[in-house]
Design a protein around this ligand. Structure first.
Ligand code: ZN
Ligand code: ZN
Length: 177
């Protein structure tokens, strides 16, 4: 008996599919929620990414710009999600003019069973997870060092690591590894 390629929990696959029933439902739910997630990624602003709101009316306009590396990463992620879904719909033989998510949902069993279908679905789940984590970002913590640009103690970073940024002058600092 074949077991699910997705969760590796040893669950039996549904007949003719590479996934178990639970994973099948998860992929279906992910596809159903995708447009909302994509909208969230596009709407995410530097503010929702834990940047201070006064960045928007800082003297001299948008010195650091409304776009931060974190924001750009979200837009990249969005593009990657869209590309993954398009590629998958293509593998499943969908009409390129048709909306890929709807096509995949309507023929999910077939789309999972085609060559490359399961790995496209796996990639989609992985990207979706990443996107959700980015939209619900990790905690911002205060860094002890002074900002090398403006000398204040406004440096913060995510508790998960990555670069620091200054909440006063918006400089972005990559700590020496
Ligand atoms: Zn499974
Ligand atoms: Zn600073």
């Amino acid at each position: 008996m074949n077991t699910c390629e997705f969760c590796r929990a040893g669950a039996p696959v549904l007949s003719g599919l590479p996934t178990c029933e639970r994973c099948y439902s998860e992929v279906a739910a992910t596809l159903s929620g995708l447009s909302e997630l994509l909208a969230g990624l596009r709407a995410a602003t530097p503010r929702t990414l834990a940047r201070p709101p006064r960045e928007m009316n800082a003297p001299g306009g948008s010195r650091a710009g409304p776009s931060s590396p974190a924001h750009e990463a979200l837009l990249d992620l969005r593009a990657e999600l869209i590309a993954t879904v398009r590629t998958w719909a293509g593998l499943a033989g969908a009409n390129p003019a048709a909306p890929p998510v709807r096509t995949l949902l309507a023929n999910l069993a077939v789309a999972l069973a085609v060559e490359g279908g399961a790995s496209a679905a796996g990639r989609l789940l992985h990207l979706t997870d990443t996107a959700r984590q980015r939209l619900d970002p990790p905690e911002v913590i205060q860094v002890q060092d002074r900002c090398p640009e403006c000398g204040t103690r406004g440096l913060v970073r995510y508790d998960t690591g990555g670069p620091c940024w200054c909440s006063y002058c918006y400089a972005e600092i990559y700590p020496a590894a």
